[in-house]
Design a protein around this ligand. Structure first.
Ligand code: URA
Length: 209
């Protein structure tokens, strides 16, 4: 079973607390998610392979490590996943970006796909999938099912908050995919929301409610 990485850096925990607060403005929520995504990018890319290149410092030639960001694809699960994207791209600017559009059927809570667009050379790429909320896990599981058909070299999943039910569902279907999360909350409520949670991440990010 791949690991669950709890990213409990104090800066992330502090910013997450501010995001959870009911009265946080849309712009504040968006800025905090942006900052957290930059910080989480450090964790999720920690073991990225590097290769050595020859460079010239002002003093001499040296061999020095670089990451090939072009081999990374960030996969955004729309729509809340897009709030995670810019911060990740700040840190890995030459990564490519794919999108998966899924909506939750309000009755069954099952994930239904309406959009899917990836770079053409997925077998050459390490995929980092972004969705702030791992609630039932149905969207993440459906996104992984679909993404795996494109044959990426590796897949990681990054979220901000996870519910135990979502973690269990995800790991049952995709035990090979490591999960990075800033917190594991208590439970899901009857409407599929994470509690204590932070509410609807998409609505809070885009100010749509
Ligand atoms: N999606 C959200 O945005 N929030 C939740 O609590 C659960 C799913």
């Amino acid at each position: 079973m791949a690991a669950i990485h709890l990213v409990d850096h104090p800066l992330i925990q502090h910013k997450l607390t501010l995001m959870r607060e009911r009265g946080r403005s849309t712009s504040g929520f968006r800025r905090l998610l942006h900052e957290i995504s930059m910080l989480m990018a450090y964790e999720v890319t920690r073991d990225m392979p590097t290769s050595m290149i020859e460079i010239e410092t002002p003093l001499e030639t040296m061999s020095s490590p670089v990451i090939d960001g072009k081999k990374t694809v960030f996969v955004v699960i729309m729509r809340a996943g897009s709030g995670f994207l810019d911060g990740m791209l700040d840190v890995v600017p030459s990564a490519r970006v794919g999108h998966v559009g899924l909506y939750r059927d309000p009755k069954t809570l099952a994930a239904v796909e309406y959009y899917f667009k990836m770079p053409t050379d997925m077998p050459a790429r390490d995929a980092i999938v972004l969705d702030p909320m791992l609630a039932t896990g149905n969207s993440a599981v459906a996104a992984m099912d679909r993404l795996k058909k494109t044959g990426p070299k590796s897949i990681r999943f990054v979220c901000l908050l996870a519910a135990p039910e979502g973690l269990e569902n995800f790991q049952r279907h995709h035990p090979d995919v490591p999960i990075y999360t800033a917190a594991i909350d208590r439970e899901l409520n009857d409407h599929g929301y994470i509690v204590p949670g932070l509410g609807d991440a998409g609505d809070r990010l885009f100010g749509t409610k």
